[in-house]
Design a protein around this ligand. Structure first.
Ligand SMILES: [Zn+2]
Ligand SMILES: [Zn+2]
Ligand SMILES: [Zn+2]
Ligand SMILES: [Zn+2]
Length: 462
């Protein structure tokens, strides 16, 4: 311990980056998929010969580097990211002069993180607020992720350069060439921007649920999956391990895609395109983004209106005429109804009636209203009505996100609770079984252990 206390970072010799250590494409992937490459698309992943069934685990990978979100520094172990809630005496940094307020679940984690990163920056609290720089530094010490895209020419690099210059300056007396190090750190931050994953955790409070980003991580293999606004692969995190599973059957040769965030179901086309260009520097050309929407796809938020004249349900906003009956559409009237809906917030029956008069019956907007109605009925002890509305919401979610989706699982979880409240023993058991099966299929049973415990308790007490 004394040995470290007497060193300042510029005296510490760090091993040089080892480009040879970077994994080649060879270790990709499972028996289910392989890496493909075209000049226009770059690297991407396709299904191998056979059809992959839904719910198949196609990749499980630990991060090559990861970094706890700065706001969680005293709530989670900086080494393994575990919550420190149940830990009586979390371990602080070994340096009493440290101002980072890092906490660890064990001395093993402290030591591990110390030698990997923290020893070099413990004295420089300013770096604590820059997770991208800390990650880039870890990339630098652990090997060169050469084959990942950086889109460096399209990014604004001022912030990257500032951080990289600061970091390279810390090592100016070491054996490394500070200029080369500075350039590497800039490029690694750019790579992270395009390839980094946010490790998400679900939180549940009294009246809402949401997702939080716990950490940023780089996965060398998962990074090779392209984006689609209607993805066929789901990415989930179990602790810091990423798991990729198919959301529906995928035929041989088909490209396997995850979503980088935007989904056709809940974000309009122009917003998705803008987000992906701004954040990831590409123009999405996925099926859901094609100008002529594929009718086999579920209705996206861009094509949800009903033709007032015929049975056509996929009218894209402001299209002058109906593609089926060719009448001119009176958008002013439709938009007036849409605008009036906000005035009825809270009166969900009325909202539902107005929405049903203008939207496709499988629109998420309607699903959300059914969800609200289910809540209202539930609070007023009208079990049957609550169950009816929850089932409506479930069927919409199933058609939009797919029957094998975390969104559907969430609605099924609610339905179990409603059947249990209604005291319907056989239905509760039946839906608990279906829900648990879906949780297991998607790997949610490992990620959302609390939900599984709750389902288990429901089953035992009904
Ligand atoms: Zn730990
Ligand atoms: Zn420290
Ligand atoms: Zn798209
Ligand atoms: Zn029509």
């Amino acid at each position: 311990m004394e040995y470290w206390k007497r060193l300042c970072p510029s005296h510490i010799s760090i091993p040089s980056p080892r480009p040879s250590q970077h994994q080649s494409n060879g270790l990709l992937f499972s028996q289910h998929c392989r890496l493909a490459h075209t000049d226009t698309e770059g690297d991407y992943v396709v299904a191998r010969q056979q059809t992959i069934p839904e719910g198949t685990l196609i990749l499980q990978e630990d991060p090559s580097v990861y970094q706890l979100h700065p706001s969680l520094i005293s709530h989670r172990c900086a080494g393994c990211l575990m919550s420190l809630d149940g830990i009586k005496q979390p371990i602080p940094c070994r340096q009493s002069s440290c101002t980072w307020h890092l906490r660890y679940c064990s001395s093993i984690c402290e030591s591990d993180y110390w030698f990997k990163v923290h020893a070099y920056v413990c004295a420089f609290f300013v770096v604590a607020q820059n997770p991208a720089l800390l990650l880039a530094f870890q990339m630098w010490t652990s090997g060169n992720p050469m084959s990942l895209v950086s889109n460096l020419d399209q990014q604004t690099t001022d912030m990257y350069e500032k951080g990289a210059t600061f970091m390279a300056d810390l090592f100016r007396f070491s054996i490394h060439d500070p200029q080369a190090m500075q350039q590497d750190l800039v490029r690694y931050q750019a790579i992270l921007r395009c390839n980094g994953f946010g490790i998400q955790r679900k939180w549940v409070s009294r009246d809402s649920v949401g997702m939080d980003t716990v950490a940023t991580a780089l996965y060398l293999q998962a990074s090779k999956f392209n984006h689609s606004c209607h993805p066929n692969v789901l990415a989930l995190f179990v602790d810091k391990t990423i798991q990729l599973r198919t959301l529906r059957p995928v035929t041989a040769g088909e490209s396997l895609c995850i979503s980088y965030g935007p989904l056709a179901a809940n974000m309009p086309l122009h917003q998705r395109q803008h987000y992906l260009r701004d954040r990831y520097f590409f123009t999405c050309g996925c099926q859901a983004c094609q100008v002529v929407p594929d009718p086999s796809l579920p209705p996206s938020i861009d094509q949800v209106y009903l033709c007032p004249n015929c049975t056509y349900k996929r009218l894209v906003l402001k299209t002058p005429t109906c593609p089926q009956c060719h009448t001119t559409i009176d958008w002013a009237r439709i938009l007036k109804i849409e605008g009036a809906i906000d005035n009825y917030e809270g009166d969900w029956e009325k909202v539902l009636q107005l929405q049903s008069s203008i939207y496709h019956d499988e629109t998420l907007t309607l699903g959300k209203t059914y969800d609200q109605l289910a809540r209202v009925h539930h609070l007023a002890n009208r079990s049957n009505e609550a169950i009816y509305c929850c089932k409506k919401s479930l069927s919409i979610v199933q058609s939009v996100y797919g029957p094998t989706s975390p969104e559907a699982a969430e609605e099924m979880f609610k339905l179990c609770g409603l059947y249990a409240t209604a005291g319907n023993r056989s239905r509760t058991k039946e839906w608990i079984k279906k829900t648990c099966d879906l949780y297991r299929l998607l790997g949610l049973d490992q990620q959302l252990k609390d939900d599984m415990d709750e389902l288990d308790a429901m089953g035992r007490f009904i």
